[in-house]
Design a protein around this ligand. Structure first.
Ligand code: GTP
Ligand code: MG
Length: 169
């Protein structure tokens, strides 16, 4: 999940190394909940984004009920990967969403995307700021770039961790 245009569908494509999810330069591309089977292991689920005024009203109005119905009391949900743009601090909406996920006791992994847009030194700073701002533990926040593929292995390992916890639970 994450703000419209943050790069959710792009990350999904990078993780599976196929262009299966549609991406766009303009926000509001993904408007429904899309399931992608990953071998026989799990599904990656691509959600519409939140927080962009330019997104059609009907899509914005549907977002809350649709994602809430999907996430709340979903026994198959292993965790939520919450995306934040590496160039900016989390928005108030990002913070509200993370609080909501914590209230629902859903495991969260925060991924700082578009890391190719900032230098390595700045990434570390962004990670610390995001960790603080979202009230997460440091191991819950990682960075990646869907453009260069950097950080992909780290995201996959963290997702694997969520799946293992789910299987153990
Ligand atoms: P919605 O479906 O509208 O909510 O957006 P989304 O979060 O799925 O974003 P999407 O993957 O469609 O990407 C939005 C734009 O960001 C596209 O132009 C992508 O090419 C670009 N983008 C995504 N990830 C990266 C990245 O890691 N680096 C750079 N430089 N651009 C990226
Ligand atoms: Mg999308």
């Amino acid at each position: 999940m994450g703000r419209s245009n943050v790069g959710k569908s792009s990350l999904l494509n990078t993780l599976v190394q196929r262009r299966i999810a549609r991406t766009s330069r303009s926000p509001g591309k993904t408007q429904t909940i899309n399931y992608y089977a990953v071998d026989d292991a799990c599904y990656f689920v691509d959600l519409p984004g939140y927080g962009y005024a330019a997104v059609p009203t009907i899509v914005r109005q549907r977002w809350g009920p649709m994602t809430e119905a999907y996430m709340v009391d979903n026994p198959r949900l292993a965790g939520v990967v919450s995306l934040v743009d590496c160039r900016h601090p989390p928005t108030p909406l990002d913070r509200a969403m993370t609080t909501w996920l914590a209230e629902k006791r859903l495991p969260v992994l925060a991924v700082l995307t578009k890391a190719d847009k900032v230098g390595r030194a700045a990434r570390e700073e962004r990670i610390q700021e995001t960790t603080r701002s979202l009230g997460l533990d440091s191991e819950q926040v990682i960075w990646c770039s869907s453009r260069t593929g950097e950080g992909r292995d780290h995201v996959l390992a963290a997702v694997d961790g969520l799946l293992e916890r789910k299987v153990d639970a």
